[in-house]
Design a protein around this ligand. Sequence first.
Ligand SMILES: Cc1ncc(COP(=O)(O)O)c(C=O)c1O
Length: 417
Amino acid sequence: MSIFETLESEVRSYSRGWPTVFDRAQGSWLYAEDGKAYLDFFAGAGALNYGHNNPVLKKALIDYISRDGVTHALDMYTVAKRDFLETLNDVILKPREMDYKVIFPGPGGANAVEAALKLARKVTGKESVINFTNAFHGMTLGALSVTGNSMKRGGAGIPLVHATPMPYDKYFDGAYPDFLYFERLLEDSGSGLNEPAAVIVESVQGEGGINAARIEWLQGLAELCKRHNILLILDDVQMGCGRTGPFFSFEEAGIEPDMICLSKSIGGYGLPLAITLVRPDLDVWSPGEHNGTFRGINPAFVTATEALRTYWRDDELEKSTKAKGERVGAVFNELVEAHPDANLVAKGRGLARGLEFPSGEVAGKVCAAAFDRGLLMETSGPDGEVVKLLPALTTTDAEVEQGLEIIKNCVESVLSR
Ligand SMILES: Cc1ncc(COP(=O)(O)O)c(C=O)c1O
C-alpha cells in the first residue's frame, strides 16, 4: 500500500484529495515529498494570509521557544497574552476607534461563532438567529445550525433548529427592495421570527462561493438590526485579517457589528487561535461560564502579535492586496468576456476571488488541471461550481501572474474539450 493509500484509508472523511504528500512549505509554495513545487492559491483556506513559514513570524516563534516561553497556560496571565491584547488594541482597535472586549472562545473559527451565538442568546434571552443562504460558519452544532449547506447540515444527523435563513445579497442584486421580506417577517408577530436574538453574516461568503455582499447591502443590514434591536454578529473568520484589503472585511461599509468572530489568519503562522470581539456591555459571562483547555496557545499569541506589528502598522498590505485582487479580477473578467457561451461569472473582493462555472464538474476539472500544472486551488459554492482563489496576501506580483497564466491555460483547455 502506498503512503497515499494508507493516509486515505486512515482519514476517510478528508475532502481534499490532492494526490500527493506534502512535506515543506515556504511563502506561497508547498513542496511535495517527491520534490514537486506547488504554487499555493489555497493558503490553508485563509489561515495563511502571511504565507507559509513567514520568516519574520518564524523568528519570533523560534526566539520565544528558545527562551522557554510558556506554551500552554490555560487562563493564566502570560506575557505573550498581554502583548497580543495590547498590540490588538494599539494597532487594530484604537486607530479604528473600536471598543470591544476580547473573548477567547477556543482554538478555531467554529468556537468563535459558537461563543457569539451563545452570548447573544444569553444576553437577549431569545432563541432564534437569522442566517443567510449559502452561509458557512463552522461544523459544531450551533455553528452548523446557521450554516446553509445542506450536505454539511446533514452530517449532524438531527434537525438543526432555531435558525432561519434569509436570502443573501447576490440573490437580490437590485431586483427587489433588499430587506422587504425580512422586515415583513420581523413585523409579523405570528411569524415566530419577530424576535431573533441575532443576525449572523459574512461580508463575503467564502465557502458559499465567494459571494461579495454590496457595501450598501451590509449598511442596510446593520441599519435593520439597529431598528429592530437585533445583535449583529459579523463572521470575519475567513475574510478578516486583510483578506479583502482592510483588516476587517466590513470596514468600507462603516458598520459597527455587535460581535466579530476572527480566527484562521489571526494566529499568523497557521497556529490555532480564535477571538470573539464583543461590545463591552455584552461581556456578561462570569469566569468559568464559557471556558476550555485550548483558549489561547501562547506560541500563537507570539506569531499573532508579530503579524499585527509587521503588517498592520501602515496600509501597505491593504493597498497591495487590493491591487493584486484587482489584477486577478481583471483577468477573470477577460475570461468571462472571452467565453460568452460558457456562462462564467467573476466574483470577489480583495484577494478573495472566484470564477463561477455552470457546474461543479467543470470547476473541478479546472482545479484538477491546475494541480497537474503545479497550482493549488479548491472549489466552493453549493455545488462546488466556483474556482476559489485565496492566495497568501504576501504572494508576489510575479507569483500572481504565474498563477493566473496557469488558470488561463486550464480554463481554455477545459472549455475547449
Ligand atoms: C466564515 C467562516 N466561519 C467559521 C469557519 C469555521 O472555522 P473552523 O474551521 O476553524 O472551525 C469558517 C471555516 O472555513 C469560515 O469560513
